[in-house]
Design a protein around this ligand. Structure first.
Ligand SMILES: O=C(O)C(=O)C[C@]1(C(=O)O)C=C[C@@H](O)C=C1
Length: 626
């Protein structure tokens, strides 16, 4: 076959894939209707997990890797769940057939609020009429007066926290919250013409974006930064000037609307930067009982001690989970507070109605802001057991973690938990690899069921190169849904790594790490402390970290200590213990298995450039299947 013929073939297959996906979606909507007739919850994670495990195994037989299959199906299932929810919501809240829906949001075309508005409206069969607003107040006014049907407002951001102005405006509005959505904020360097970072002289950006990308901007010392009122203004300017020495900072999708291309992605200091938006309208909506719902309300309590606790106890007694609590001053009443509460419950449920009745008796003021479908479709987790290779037909188990006997000792790294039952598996590259080798290591680690990718970001190079490595490590780890770790020698390196990575490995030379221990204790990231020569030194060092506040600490045995030594350590400390083992030891699987039995909660497998991952793969099989 020549290139054209192959492409024709690929196009035909893609069309078939789309036809099948559309058929699948149709069936999913049929399921939703049947769940409405014979009431059952929309989400069924036991079914999802069984499906995913089956697909991973089928995929393997066809030569597709587990990570690829999982990612693909997470997207398909997320769409399936959201489409089912939207269908049920439509049936419950029939809308007038309108050709256009108007939405008010902050900023111009391409702003993050604009992207959120587009995402929200994509679920309606109507075109969007955009109302660009300059202030949050203007958004409220536009919807209250009926000029727009919906208003989109950012309410909280994972790096900068609550957006207080929006909370304050919610106190006085007659509007209801009818929806929510979360938008990833990925700042990119956007340009209008083909160019290179080294040619840039000026960057246009919003002060908040500048702040959120401060680490990256330090790597561009010669570039002048000019502030604009919003990132959408910066994009508009750069698009109109079309010069190769200027750029804007904002989202890739937003930039595309202005014809800009992303030159560098993932500029933010914080690894995960998400903004949660609320959608407000004049009329409240009803949420179908089968859909996970959220209810938001505000309340003010008396000033007597324990008043807030009493209200929270009411929620607890009705088994209602609170997902958010914010307090804001009441304008005009100094020292009084208004509390904003989000709960994971439908306002019409019996529990919520009973809780509201009790709350009304004990608060001064309470107002429901709205009840709306929860937009979060958390991916169903697949146990490492199912991911470690060669495992056909793993029985489906419910996705929630079984109660861990050693709950007090388990630690969360990124989105993974380490425990004696499922030890953490990290691959640590001895030298910094090139991008494709790092990607290949990540792909294979994921395929074998490992969870943490580690590489030395600080061993060579200047500060700019080190920063680029941190970014690359975090980016590739995220691409394969792995956590990321690096070795840090100084407090400064520790704070830089803590901005991007999930786990910080402290340098092993004791006596030279006093300041590093203090910095680790003040960090909010989990820390891995290599054992000191003497047991009492290790315990003293661990204590130094814990007393500074950071309780996310695990110990690492770098010298394959004897079993009695390790058991003694475990008797004296409740901290999780990991072992560092060479990746090419033919006994790796047996050694790891024995150490797991002895209570180790994880393994850091060191790999040199030429090493293969066969022993690591065998270790994963022993760890997760025996
Ligand atoms: O099988 C169901 O119950 C469905 O609703 C279908 C489906 C899917 O798309 O596969 C969607 C949502 C559920 O959480 C489980 C599976």
């Amino acid at each position: 076959m020549n290139l054209d013929e192959i492409r024709t073939h690929i196009s035909r297959l893609d069309k078939e894939l789309l036809t099948l996906l559309a058929k699948r979606k149709g069936l999913s909507l049929e399921v939703a209707r049947s769940k409405l007739e014979n009431p059952r919850p929309i989400r069924d994670q036991v079914r999802e997990q069984a499906l995913l495990v089956e697909l991973i195994n089928q995929g393997r037989q066809l030569g597709l890797d587990a990570h690829y299959v999982t990612q693909l199906y997470h997207t398909i299932i997320e769409d399936s769940v959201l489409s089912q929810q939207a269908l049920l919501q439509d049936l419950l809240n029939p809308q007038d057939e309108v050709p256009a829906i108007s939405v008010a949001f902050l900023g111009l075309r391409g702003s993050y609020s604009n992207m959120a508005a587009r995402k929200y409206l994509s679920r309606f069969q109507a075109t969007m009429v955009e109302h660009n607003c300059e202030t949050f107040q203007q958004i409220f006014d536009t919807v209250e007066s009926g000029q727009a049907q919906y208003g989109i407002l950012p309410i909280e951001n994972t790096s900068s926290g609550a957006i207080n102005d929006v909370f304050d405006l919610m106190q006085h509005t007659s509007l209801s919250i009818v929806g929510e959505l979360t938008q990833p904020i990925e700042h990119c360097l956007l340009v209008a013409v083909n160019t290179d970072v080294s040619k840039l002289k000026t960057l246009y950006t919003h002060p908040q974006v500048y702040q959120q990308c401060s680490q990256y901007l330090k790597t561009l010392p010669g570039v002048k930064v000019e502030f604009c009122a919003a990132s959408s203004n910066a994009m508009e300017l750069v698009a109109s000037l079309k010069q190769d020495d200027i750029g804007a900072m904002g989202s890739a999708d937003g930039g595309e609307l202005h014809g800009l291309k992303p030159l560098v992605r993932g500029l933010a200091n914080q690894k995960q930067n998400m903004t949660r938006f609320i959608v407000v309208a004049r009329k409240p909506v009803e949420v179908a009982a089968q859909i996970p719902a959220k209810t938001s309300f505000i309340m003010s309590t008396g000033q007597q001690s324990g008043a807030l606790v009493e209200t929270l106890l009411v929620l607890r007694s009705h088994h209602i989970t609170m997902t958010k609590l914010e307090s804001r001053p009441i304008i005009g009443n100094p020292w009084e507070e208004m509390f904003y509460v989000d709960v994971a419950a439908n306002v019409n449920s019996n529990e919520m109605q009973a809780a509201l009745k009790e709350l009304k008796d004990i608060v001064r003021f309470i107002k429901i802001l709205g009840c709306y479908p929860s937009a979060e479709v958390a991916p169903t987790r697949i146990p490492s057991k199912a991911l470690s290779q060669g495992n056909a037909g793993v029985p489906a188990v419910p996705p929630h973690r079984p109660a861990d006997k050693n709950a007090a000792m388990s630690l969360q790294i990124g989105r993974f938990y380490m425990s004696r039952q499922e030890p953490l598996l990290a691959a640590m590259l001895a030298t910094w690899p090139d991008r494709s080798a790092l990607q290949e290591a990540a792909r294979r680690l994921k395929e074998h069921g490992g969870q943490v990718l580690a590489a030395p970001c600080f061993e060579q190079g200047d500060s700019r190169q080190q920063q680029q490595r941190l970014q690359q490590l975090r980016e590739i780890a995220a691409q394969f849904d792995l956590a990321a770790m690096t070795l840090v020698h100084t407090p400064e390196q520790l704070s830089r790594a803590a901005e991007s990575l999930d786990l910080l490995l402290l340098q092993p030379i004791e006596g030279r790490r006093d300041e590093l221990l203090t910095a680790a204790g003040r960090s909010t990231r989990p820390v891995l402390l290599p054992l000191a020569d003497k047991l009492e030194h290790t315990l003293a060092e661990a204590e130094q970290i814990l007393t500074e506040g950071n309780q996310q600490l695990a110990l690492l045995d770098t010298q394959s200590r004897s079993l009695p030594e390790l058991l003694r350590l475990q008797q004296q400390s409740r901290l999780p213990l990991l072992g560092q083992l060479p990746g090419q030891d033919s006994l790796l699987p047996e050694l790891g298995h024995a150490l797991k039995e002895a209570g180790m909660q994880g393994f850091c497998i060191t790999l040199n450039e030429e090493d293969d991952m066969v022993p690591l793969q065998q270790l994963a099989q022993r760890l997760y299947q025996d």
